[in-house]
Ligand binder design. Structure first.
Ligand code: ADP
Ligand code: MG
Ligand code: MG
Length: 480
């Protein structure tokens, strides 16, 4: 029998807590653990089955594309990473290119994000890509606004580890509510992520070497990261330790001709997995940049390496959307296939295309979003804010932005639960598909996989900036 929303909410909140779908509500250095359930959608959100399947099918192509682009030094010159942050990353890239790498193993973790798009003229719904992340970071969902008290930020639950529980969660709630679970797709994110690490670690070839998760300072006690750490240990006997960029600068040295990365004189690092480093805020001093360079020069396998990081930038996304550009990296058939999920992307630079995009944005701002070269959510400029924003920039400053057509998801409603409270809201769901890539010397590809999915559901009118900004929840897709 269907339950009332509040009956279902009560069951759901406790299920979340009992199964680890939780967040720390305060940062705490002690072993006290103030926790609450992670915000979630009480019902799974409808996603057309063909759209979900299309996104899954695209992932191996995106994995390949990222790799091919990352290997093309000529292409990576084209974006002219003009803003300070990506400019510094590009400097590290050129510096390490000159020196040459001692590590042929490449490990990529990607997530391609999509919104459903409904044409104004007909009822056809399709997926359109929002962006391709090559540096997986915190969930913006939780980052932007603390759930409870202001002033203390939440620990930052990331991605994969919740997905396993989320699948259980979705199934449990559906069945408790007397509904079928057949339309909830399986999600193997954590298993796939950990198996990917294990494979790359094995390829590195030292049984005593560790994996370092590069985290933001103060994240040390966040138990969300323990899922990856514990699963790696339990299933493969591999140690994962967490270090900030500052700690890496203090403790790391390069040893021998291969430039092995060694911490405190005796811990060899097989893999550095960045969960920090995607925003300028992670580099408050030169020391953090030194750490990034140290890692990049080292023999450790990097996820991502700096070339992959750059390929995940908005500017590269825009350049790849130019006519005939994908054909440089993939077969003509795959290029056509990839482009099916592209929406209009334009430069805002001083090229003829950039100047006409600029004029168009001023004329019809309601059709667009302007994006800087940033990650982490909350950086975009939407619709009516665009003209005032662009007119404040000099022509040179505009180089650091791109213009993107607004994707228009069909309207949907859901019950969102945060802090035990139910909000009945108009919502938009963003579907992320994870990908894992591992390759080595001579172009051998060890893994080119789809590694599960993430559905985040946000209050529809938030545009990242409204009253409910940052109010987004974890969700499960219901394939319809
Ligand atoms: P970030 O790297 O900061 O996550 P995104 O490109 O994902 O940047 O943009 C952040 C959010 O802005 C997305 O999650 C989505 O909600 C919204 N958004 C981005 N691009 C578009 C678009 N073209 N149409 C509609 N919404 C968009
Ligand atoms: Mg991003
Ligand atoms: Mg995003």
């Amino acid at each position: 029998m269907p339950l009332t929303p509040s009956q279902l909410r009560d069951i759901a909140v406790d299920f979340a807590v009992l199964n680890g779908l939780v967040l720390a509500t305060e940062k705490s250095a002690s072993l006290q653990r103030p926790i609450s359930h992670a915000p979630f959608a009480l019902n799974p959100s409808n996603i057309p089955k063909n759209c979900f399947e299309a996104a899954v099918k695209l992932q191996p192509l995106f994995n390949t594309l990222v790799h091919k682009v990352s290997e093309d030094a000529g292409f990576l010159k084209e974006p002219r990473f003009v803003d300070y942050f990506t400019g510094r990353c590009y400097e590290i890239y050129t510096q390490t290119q000159k020196e040459g790498s001692t590590q042929p193993i490449i490990l990529g973790h990607h997530r391609s994000d999509y919104l459903l798009h409904k044409n104004d003229s007909d009822s056809h719904v399709e997926i359109q890509q929002v962006e391709l992340n090559t540096m997986l970071r915190r969930l913006p969902v939780f980052r932007q606004r603390p759930l409870t008290c202001t002033g203390t930020s939440l620990s930052s639950p990331p991605y994969f580890q919740y997905m396993k529980i989320l699948t259980l969660f979705g199934r449990f709630l559906r069945s408790r509510n007397g509904e079928s679970t057949d339309q909830l797709p399986k999600n193997n994110s954590l298993t796939a992520l950990v198996a990917g690490f294990a494979k790359a670690w094995e390829l590195y070839g030292n049984k005593d070497a560790v994996i370092v998760m590069v985290t933001q300072p103060g994240e040390r006690n966040s138990f969300d990261q323990r899922w990856i750490e514990n699963t790696l240990w339990q299933e493969y006997g591999i140690s994962l330790i967490r270090k900030s960029l500052t700690e890496l600068a203090d403790e790391g040295r390069l040893v021998g001709d291969k430039r092995k990365l060694v911490l405190n004189g005796n811990i060899e690092v097989a893999i550095t997995y960045y969960r920090a480093g995607y925003t300028p805020l992670d580099y408050p001093t030169e020391k953090e940049w030194q750490a990034r360079l140290l890692v990049e020069r080292s023999h450790a396998i990097k996820s991502p390496n700096v070339a992959y990081h750059l390929v995940g930038s908005k500017k590269v996304q825009q350049i790849l959307a130019q006519p005939n550009m994908l054909e440089r990296f993939v077969s003509p058939a795959n290029a056509v296939h990839l482009r099916t999920c592209f929406t209009g992307l334009f430069p805002l630079d001083q090229s003829p295309a950039g100047i006409s995009a600029y004029e168009e944005a001023l004329k019809n701002p309601s059709r667009y979003v302007v994006k800087p070269q940033r990650e982490g959510g909350g950086n975009n400029i939407y619709t009516t804010d665009i003209p005032a924003f662009l007119s404040k920039l000099s022509a040179t400053e505009r180089n650091a932005y791109i213009l993107m057509e607004l994707i228009k998801p069909p309207p949907a409603r859901n019950l969102l639960v945060r802090n035990g409270e139910i909000l009945d809201a108009e919502v938009v769901s963003e579907l992320g598909i994870y990908g894992i890539w591992i390759s080595g010397e001579g172009g051998v590809v060890y893994k080119n996989e789809v590694a599960g999915h993430l559905l985040r559901t946000k209050v529809a009118d938030s545009n990242e900036g409204g009253v409910a900004a940052g109010f987004a929840v974890l969700d499960s897709p219901l394939l319809v």
